[in-house]
Design a binder for this molecule. Structure first.
Ligand SMILES: [Zn+2]
Length: 344
């Protein structure tokens, strides 16, 4: 199964992974593409295969020792069938709005809510690790800030419960942009819509304490490559960008929505979709201290939307066998982006 052949529908997914045995065979082929090699004695050869209560085990015919198929993956020591994990990973990586534990439980026909919750938490831990490589470079970057509604219980102090988020997104030219634009011009009046010419590249989002120069430039220095062309509004917080080695195109928008739409269309679309996702999947009930973890999940899916296979392998832990931080650590609110000042 290569990237191109990644299933694009649930029926197709079900044909590829009809049962636990198919999932196990897939895991085995990923780990030993040239055939099983015993990690104890190094002998190559077809092993015995059998299911235990919590794992699929391969037993070497030479030395008789066992190797667990799920060792080092997110599924290690699980009591859930492999097919449940595969389904969950598929739904999490491909379904645009993401999924709540309740939706997931219903979709898989699981009896217990806690089980669905546990599986999702483990998979999400693989989605909320921060992405580190800077974006931009040859691609222009749009940057803007927005407010995300925080918890509204308590005294209802309005904006104090909102959390400020800054976002940066690459704007990439479409290879067929000229053709699309020409086609559009033949049959329409007026300017060419920006989406005919460009599409969104990689995305970075970060919770910031204030829209001041300190917070904004810290984010940009960490997440946007020096020398990139950056488009922003006329906020004073962006005044240092030229001095920091960026090409800066600032435009005073003065709250004019048409100007904003023309100057920063991509990042505004991202903010709009992000708010819809938070409201729809999580009912907007996200504590400010948890928001960064959710932003990371959103980025994970967004940045891999053209590479669903990579995303699928990544959250199952079958591609890189590195111990992930636990869900509890990442969602406790204790964890912050390394680039963020503790004082905030
Ligand atoms: Zn052996």
């Amino acid at each position: 199964m290569d990237e191109k052949r990644f299933p694009t529908s649930l029926p197709e997914f079900q044909r590829l992974f009809p049962d636990d045995a198919a999932c196990a065979a897939y895991l085995e082929s990923l780990r030993w593409p040239d055939g099983f090699v015993c990690e104890h004695c190094g002998v190559k050869g077809d092993p015995y295969r059998f299911d235990t209560r919590s794992s699929v085990v391969l037993r070497c015919r030479a030395c008789g020792k066992n190797t667990s198929l799920t060792a080092g993956t997110v599924m290690e020591k699980t009591h859930q069938p492999l097919s449940t994990w595969f389904w969950a990973a598929y739904l999490l990586t491909t379904q645009t709005p993401g999924m709540s534990a309740l939706q997931f439980q219903r979709q898989l026909g699981m009896v217990r809510y806690a089980t669905a919750h546990g599986v999702l938490h483990k998979l999400r831990a693989g989605m909320v690790r921060p992405e580190r490589d800077p974006i931009g470079g040859e691609y222009p970057v749009e940057i803007d800030e927005c407010l995300i509604g925080g918890a509204t219980r308590g005294k209802g102090r309005g904006v104090h419960h909102m959390t400020r988020v800054v976002g940066a997104i690459e704007v990439r030219a479409r290879k067929d942009g000229e053709e699309r634009a020409a086609k559009w011009k033949d049959s329409h009046e007026g300017g060419i819509p920006v989406k005919k010419l460009v599409y969104a590249g990689r995305l970075r989002l970060r919770v910031i304490p204030a829209k001041d120069a300190k917070s904004l430039t810290a984010f940009i220095k960490d997440d946007v490559a020096t020398g990139s062309l950056i488009r922003t509004d006329g906020l004073p917080g962006y005044k240092d960008l030229k001095a920091l080695g960026y090409r800066h195109h600032a435009l005073a928008l003065n709250g004019d929505p048409d100007k904003a739409e023309a100057h920063l269309p991509m990042i505004h679309l991202v903010f709009s979709n992000l708010k819809t996702w938070l409201l729809g999947t999580h009912h907007g009930r996200i504590e400010p201290k948890h928001l960064q973890a959710y932003l990371n999940e959103y980025m994970f899916r967004f940045n891999r939307r053209f590479y669903p296979m990579t995303a699928f392998h990544s959250i199952l832990g079958v591609a890189c066998r590195v111990p992930a931080p636990t869900y509890a650590q990442l969602y406790s609110g204790e964890w912050t982006h390394p680039g963020l000042a503790k004082a905030a």
